[in-house]
Design a protein around this ligand. Structure first.
Ligand SMILES: O=C(O)c1ccccc1NCC(=O)[C@H](O)[C@H](O)COP(=O)(O)O
Length: 199
């Protein structure tokens, strides 16, 4: 089970995620309370072991913006969280995680047009496009055949049930490992332990 800890904003939180066994680290470059600059992401992820991959999260970016951010922040993957087309995803220089907001069964039909590394399913955003801390109806994923990365309102308490119900290839979390809006190292540790145990 792959685990992505998203919305990392400082070195201590990056270290806690790595030491707890995270596979992917997410840095948000879109409009968000968790937004970081490419330079800051580069600074706080210096020294991360090579097997832990750095993911840049974007919403409807330009190709140039992604390329510059990949270069400065030394990203390994690109997460596209807006209405990016299959063609745009194809044009990326790094493997793509394409995120979809899931409102109903029909949303899963969009997946097949995308030839990407991972499909990530998330709850519809609120003020921002992601990181809302809300879950969506996991039963809609039962009709799909794609291997998905599950996100949206996951916590150390519900991740095990979420994995059982949806059999994802990976799980992604941001709000559920925070206390009072800040990453909580004991929650990061508990989340990763539960996710890896539930596999
Ligand atoms: O996390 C954000 O603030 C964010 C803002 C804009 C676009 C995407 C964003 N996050 C992307 C993620 O991968 C989150 O981990 C995902 O939406 C799940 O968030 P949460 O429900 O808070 O666990």
């Amino acid at each position: 089970m792959l685990v992505k800890i998203c919305g990392l904003m400082n070195k201590q939180d990056v270290t806690a995620a790595v030491d707890s066994g995270a596979d992917y680290l997410g840095f948000v470059f879109a409009d968000s309370k968790r937004r970081v600059t490419p330079e800051h992401a580069a600074r706080i992820s210096t020294g991360v072991p090579e097997h832990v991959l750095k993911v840049g999260v974007f919403v409807n970016p330009t190709k140039e913006e992604v390329e510059e951010t990949v270069r400065v922040a030394k990203l390994d993957l690109i997460q596209l969280h807006g209405e990016e087309s299959p063609k745009f995803c194809q044009a990326m220089q790094k493997p793509v995680i394409k995120a979809f907001s899931i409102r109903s069964d029909s949303d899963i039909n969009q997946f097949k047009a995308y030839d990407v590394k991972h499909i990530l399913t998330d709850a519809p955003g609120g003020k921002y496009r992601g990181g809302s801390g809300h879950t969506f109806d996991w039963t809609v994923l039962k009709g799909g055949s794609a291997e998905i990365f599950l996100a949206g309102g996951l916590t150390p308490e519900n991740v095990s049930a979420a994995i059982r119900e949806t059999s994802p290839i990976g799980v992604d979390v941001s709000s559920g490992v925070e206390t009072d809006g800040k990453k909580d190292h004991s929650k990061i540790h508990a989340f990763i332990k539960e996710a890896k145990r539930s596999y």
